[in-house]
Write a protein that binds this ligand. Sequence first.
Ligand SMILES: NC(=O)c1ccc[n+]([C@@H]2O[C@H](COP(=O)([O-])OP(=O)(O)OC[C@H]3O[C@@H](n4cnc5c(N)ncnc54)[C@H](OP(=O)(O)O)[C@@H]3O)[C@@H](O)[C@H]2O)c1
Length: 159
Amino acid sequence: MNIQLIWAQDTNAAIGKDGTLPWHYSEDLKNFKKLTTGHTIIMGRKTWDSLPIKPLPNRKNIVISSTEQTGVDSYNSIDTCMEYLQKNQSLQNIFVIGGMSIYKHFYDYADTLYITFIDKSFDDTDTFFPIDLMQIKNDFKCIEDCDSGDLQFTKWIRK
Ligand SMILES: NC(=O)c1ccc[n+]([C@@H]2O[C@H](COP(=O)([O-])OP(=O)(O)OC[C@H]3O[C@@H](n4cnc5c(N)ncnc54)[C@H](OP(=O)(O)O)[C@@H]3O)[C@@H](O)[C@H]2O)c1
């Protein structure tokens, strides 16, 4: 099983505001679509609620929630979700797409990180990536780094 975390963060490591993204960068959405299409995506219930289109097409969508969610496979714990993934060999390319609590749970299992760094800070953000960048740099090495305007697309693999 290959577990990949994917997220975008601003200069304060903010990832969310009022249940949604604090920004709109179509280039980042295209990158997200390109990387995740055809694969399994796992998200927390609040990220699921925030999606403008549900489920995200051409991907196996999985939601973690204490209550069963309609129209999508949902699991009431990380452990039951992991058991399901381990039993289903066809679902081996897994992208964890947020939010904060879900990234925190899956960080220790992650093989690869896709981080979009946004070279701006946004006001009134309320959700942050839970692992410090210093810790990430200790655990992972950056193997791809591509600048595009305010955005820096990076890929990291575990050391
Ligand atoms: N910048 C980015 O790349 C990015 C990516 C994703 C999300 N976001 C943003 O992040 C924010 C949402 O993130 P969030 O951290 O607030 O919420 P979240 O992680 O998406 O969802 C939290 C919910 O997940 C469920 N959950 C989490 N851990 C669980 C566990 N161990 N067992 C059972 N259920 C569990 C609970 O749902 P129930 O309450 O239903 O039990 C919990 O309330 C939004 O603003 C979103 O736009 C940003």
